[in-house]
Design a binder for this molecule. Structure first.
Ligand SMILES: C[S@@+](CC[C@H](N)C(=O)[O-])C[C@H]1O[C@@H](n2cnc3c(N)ncnc32)[C@H](O)[C@@H]1O
Length: 501
């Protein structure tokens, strides 16, 4: 019976999704949990619940009812005492009602975050709406911040999405000792707005487990976020307790398992380093970090690479004077070798020669001295390049940042499943080419520069050493996005330790 109902629900879900645009579904975070995953989650929940306790179930964001169906598949009828759910959108709430009311589900058609909490439930399972903060109106955001603060004692920043508020407000619905499983994007584990969430998870409830799915096997193909299941118990946390971090595989059979003490978690800003990497070593004297050797900056943002980055033919046909050009590296995907070689003038020899247009003179001067270049600028205006976000904010729309060439550059966005298994590459740049913001530029600190002046061969040694840094060490500092894309910010790269021979 339940299997048939679940098959109908899957069909209804697909039909209902098809009636909405992607934009409409984004606005209310309407991406259903795959049926198998919902069942895995309920199986896992059963392990946390005391065997003799009947379930009082709540799903605060029902959709068509993937979790309720899974509840009915995993728990016998006499193991369930009551089941309740919220759904704001009648598009899903209506059909869910028709399917599930006869099965004992009590649905409230309305906004979970505005309902009066009732701490009656001993199992909350939720895939909350992943609505990004910019879809939340100002007043709505303030109301949510206030109600999250009241419910949890933690006020998330304005950058937190709706799912954070669902999570922070759920404890008020949990009976003492109740279990909650939250299927949410894992980004809260690393980003700034996640700080309050992590504090809450450590201070107000007992955090039992965080399972992160492998971003390469995306669970929600249409939402493309890397997801985690966060398991909590409504119980004041002990001063120190172990939290289970699991990764990959399935909830029942993860690929990697590590338990991390809550004390170590409180000190760690990037929780996605677990369980692949261990607890970060205390900063002790003698640990050399990249910030000791390099000042790391993002490469320059041209405002419009297509317009401002020119190849040799364009330069020749536009008759652009050399003084208005600076060599610039091609984007990382066109750079095969890890070493950029150069000729005597400092122009790259083993990658395409490209030039950044940077005339550094007023338009009138360009018009009188370099008519072809002037015509090119007019073409840019016709294409509204000058109206772009960055160009508009400049004194002269075509002025570029004065960011010089860096001897080592890092490709800071990549996948760990690439050919080399290295998500990031360090390139030795022997040329005078500057770099756009597809790279991080690594400029030697004054102390490092002194050492390089004394021993120029040191640069190559450091570069080799950089490419030896284990991916886990780099990934432990960076962020991971849907589809297994890793990214490193300048500050994150600065913190990476390096062992110099
Ligand atoms: C990510 S979907 C999950 C649906 C279902 N539980 C599942 O796992 O397949 C989130 C659901 O929450 C609903 N929703 C969005 N905002 C809500 C709110 N403030 N209160 C209750 N439900 C809401 C959406 O309409 C959507 O159906």
């Amino acid at each position: 019976m339940i299997e048939e109902l679940e098959s109908s629900r899957i069909e209804i879900q697909a039909h209902l999704d098809g009636l909405k645009t992607q934009e409409e579904r984004n606005r209310l975070g309407q991406f259903a949990t795959p049926s198998l995953l919902a069942r895995d989650i309920l199986f896992h929940a059963k392990e946390f619940l005391p065997a003799n306790e009947r379930v009082r179930f709540l799903d605060p964001a029902l959709g068509s009812g993937a979790f309720f169906a899974a509840l009915k598949r995993v728990f016998k009828a006499d193991e369930i005492e009551s089941s309740s759910a919220f759904e704001i959108d009648p598009h899903y709430g209506g059909p869910a009602e028709e399917l599930w009311v006869k099965q004992g589900l009590k649905i409230t058609h309305g906004d979970f975050t505005q309902a009066e909490p009732d701490p009656a439930f001993n199992l909350i399972i939720c895939n909350p709406p992943y609505v990004r903060h910019h879809h939340l109106k100002g007043d709505e955001k303030k109301r949510l911040q206030q109600s999250s603060l009241t419910a949890s004692g933690h006020k998330p920043t304005g950058l937190a999405g709706l799912y954070v508020h669902f999570l922070l407000q759920c404890q008020a619905w949990m009976a003492p000792g109740a279990i909650a499983g939250w299927l949410i994007p894992s980004e809260f584990m690393d980003v700034n707005y996640g700080k309050e969430v992590k504090k809450y998870l450590l201070d107000k409830v007992t955090l039992l487990q965080i399972h992160r799915f492998c971003p390469e096997d995306i669970q929600f193909t249409d939402a493309l976020v890397s997801s985690a299941v966060v398991w909590i118990k409504n119980e004041a946390p002990k001063s120190e307790h172990e939290v289970l971090f699991t990764f990959g595989g399935s909830l029942a059979k993860p690929d990697i398992v590590k338990s991390v003490s809550s004390k170590d978690l409180a000190k760690e800003a990037k929780w996605t380093r677990f369980p692949k990497a261990g607890v970060r070593e205390e900063e002790v004297d003698g640990v050399v970090r990249l910030s000791d050797l390099f000042s790391i900056k993002r490469g320059l943002a041209t405002g419009d690479n297509k317009f401002f980055v020119l190849n040799e033919q364009q330069v020749a046909s536009l008759n652009i004077p050399a003084t208005a050009l600076r060599p610039i590296l091609p984007s990382p995907r066109y750079v095969k070798d890890d070493e950029i070689k150069a000729d005597e003038e400092g122009l790259p020899t083993n990658v395409e020669r490209l030039f950044l247009l940077d005339p550094k003179m007023p338009e009138e001067e360009i018009q009188s001295k370099h008519p072809e270049l002037y015509r090119y600028l007019l073409e840019g205006k016709e294409k509204r390049v000058d109206q772009g976000y960055l160009c508009k904010g400049r004194k002269r729309w075509y002025d570029q940042e004065q960011r010089g060439p860096a001897p080592i550059v890092c490709t800071y966005m990549g996948r760990s499943d690439g050919k080399s298994g290295r998500p990031f590459r360090f390139l030795l740049n022997r040329s005078k080419a500057t770099m756009a913001n597809t790279y991080l530029a690594m400029y030697p600190t004054p102390a490092m520069q002194q050492r390089l002046d004394a021993d120029p061969s040191l640069l190559e040694k450091v570069w080799r050493q950089l490419n030896e840094i284990k991916p886990e060490v780099l990934l432990g500092e960076g962020r991971v996005y849907g589809g297994g894309l890793h990214k490193l910010e300048p500050k994150e790269l600065s913190k990476v330790p390096i062992e110099l021979d």
